[in-house]
Design a protein around this ligand. Structure first.
Ligand code: ZN
Length: 536
């Protein structure tokens, strides 16, 4: 405590000095003028009160506010700036609110009830997809599920003959995209082999394909190929077996039940899809989740599109419909990188989301398209300490005026980014580091790096193994800025958890001004329905 008390005033004082000292930084007059200009722009802001023709809902899965802040800094630093002054594309949107993410039975929610709230207007219980809270968890009966189904904004749009699409870097049958089109009380029933014997409720992949009134889903792009092919067939890219035991090849069913349909599973075929000729596009680019953006180009065997490329292609196809469209785009793996305790991949996937949002802004008319960017829930990810302005966001903390990294009470350096729990646990510091800290005794150890989950396939979100040590490691800049470094955590868990604080909603376009204050997450649906003019 003494250290903190002493450090704070000194840091603040030095920040003021440092701020003026750097020639590229705003002068005091600049700060004042820039503030005035922002107010002036706000006074001129004219809300678009007309209805929306199109709605695009972007979800950064697990993209809490600390993730946005850290990604903004990372993005700014990767462009050569200090970082803090940078803005991600969606941070420039004129309207924002905070979203309360709890579900009917969870203080800290999972992605199923949160997305259900956003696309149906109704909160429900954990693991449930677009069914109400009266359906028991894992309810096997199709008729019980059907009697309690909640109509989604995607289904409402389709009923009015708008075009609809879902895009994700996760499996397209994963909770967030699935809540848009599927109704089930267990988010894990993605293929029929995931269900217990006797369960009559259809699996999520089958629901995606069999939802075909008015032509069904027009564009579905993501991962999860094995959920769509029979266990008698091998995956074309990696040779793993399909997961369906009903012998259906849903990729072929997609082609058979839709007009001007295409199915693609690699990058070359994706690029060769002519949006003017294809009306129904299914793209499944991995057996499970797509790669993290950081690994996409180097690791994917047959190539896979980026979130930005998928978003742009989806809009090109959907916008052919003069009635309009609803599109959901998920950056699904921000969440997975956080679960793995690896900030680098969470930040680079958020950076990619920012580019995808910019692509949507560029491709649409702000007078007719409502664009919303939000998260389903947060993570236990923190930005702390007293790093000086422009300190590398993934680096060790170095304070204002300091010539070496700041030290904890035991004399060890530490990072700005950390987690409250997860696989990065290394134990408490000990006064006698060498005695109590095997990492220190052995020198910098790479255990978190060698066992990183992305090194061995992308099936799960769990690190395969980790080895909690009994003391804090003697970190170096080289270790903490390694792309596979797992930030330290307080509580040892295999899987870092979601967090319960509010998340941001950022919006632009028709009816975007209706987002204000701190609202329940299910209000997001009601703004989209109001924008479309549904429910009137
Ligand atoms: Zn998660």
């Amino acid at each position: 405590m003494d250290l903190l008390r002493k450090a704070l005033p000194a840091a603040v004082a030095a920040l003021v000095t440092a701020g003026i000292a750097h020639a590229a930084d705003p002068t005091p007059q600049d700060w004042f003028k820039n503030g005035q200009a922002t107010v002036k722009a706000s006074k001129k802001l004219d809300p678009v009160r007309s209805r929306a023709k199109n709605v695009i809902l972007f979800i950064g899965d697990g993209m809490g506010i600390s993730t946005i802040t850290a990604s903004r800094i990372y993005d700014g630093q990767s462009k050569g700036g200090h970082g803090e002054e940078n803005s991600l594309s969606f941070e420039k949107f004129p309207y924002s609110a905070l979203s309360k993410t709890y579900s009917v039975d969870q203080q800290t929610p999972d992605s199923a009830p949160t997305m259900t709230a956003m696309v149906t207007g109704v909160k429900t219980i954990g693991d449930s997809l677009s069914v109400n809270q009266y359906v028991a968890h894992s309810e096997p009966s199709a008729s019980v599920v059907s009697a309690n189904r909640l109509t989604t904004i995607l289904e409402q749009a389709k009923a009015r003959r708008l075009s609809v699409g879902v895009v994700s870097t996760a499996r397209i049958t994963h909770a967030t995209p699935a809540a848009c089109y599927a109704h089930t009380a267990n988010r894990d029933w993605e293929a029929d082999s995931d269900k217990p014997d006797g369960a009559t409720v259809p699996d999520i992949a089958a629901q995606l394909i069999d939802f075909n009134f008015n032509g069904g889903i027009d564009v579905a792009l993501g991962g999860g190929r094995t959920r769509f092919i029979p266990n008698t067939k091998l995956d074309p890219e990696y040779g793993v077996k399909g997961k369906r035991k009903d012998n259906r090849d849903l990729t072929q069913d997609w082609l058979a039940t839709r007009t001007n349909a295409a199915y693609v599973w690699n990058l070359a075929d994706f690029h060769s899809v002519d949006p003017n000729k294809v009306d129904h596009l299914l793209g499944l680019f991995e057996p499970s989740h797509l790669h993290y953006e950081a690994d996409r180009v180097s690791s994917d065997k047959a190539g896979e599109p980026s979130l930005t490329e998928m978003t742009a292609k989806a809009i090109q196809i959907l916008q052919k419909n003069g009635k309009g469209y609803f599109l959901m785009v998920e950056a699904g793996r921000i969440d997975h990188a956080h679960h793995a305790g690896n900030a680098y991949r969470a930040l680079t996937d958020t950076q990619q989301l920012s580019e995808a949002v910019q692509a949507a802004v560029n491709a649409t008319d702000p007078e007719e398209t409502l664009i919303i960017v939000t998260a389903d829930h947060s993570h236990t990810f923190t930005i702390g300490g007293y790093p000086r302005r422009g300190n590398p966001i993934l680096g060790l903390i170095q304070g204002v005026g300091a010539t070496s990294p700041d030290r904890d009470l035991m004399g060890l350096p530490y990072t700005t980014l950390n987690y409250a729990n997860g696989p990065g646990y290394t134990g408490a510091s000990y006064a006698d580091g060498k005695k109590a800290n095997p990492l220190q005794a052995a020198g910098p150890k790479s255990f978190t790096i060698a066992t990183a989950p992305w090194a061995s396939g992308s099936e799960g979100h769990l690190p395969n193994a980790y080895d909690p040590a009994t003391g804090r490691p003697a970190l170096t800049q080289a270790i903490v800025q390694n792309s596979n470094y797992l930030q330290e955590s307080i509580i040892p868990l295999n899987n870092e958890t979601h967090a319960a604080e509010d998340v941001a909603i950022l919006a632009t376009g028709p009816k975007a001004y209706l987002f204000r204050g701190i609202i329940e997450q299910n209000v997001i649906y009601h703004v989209m329905a109001e924008a479309f003019g549904f429910n009137h």
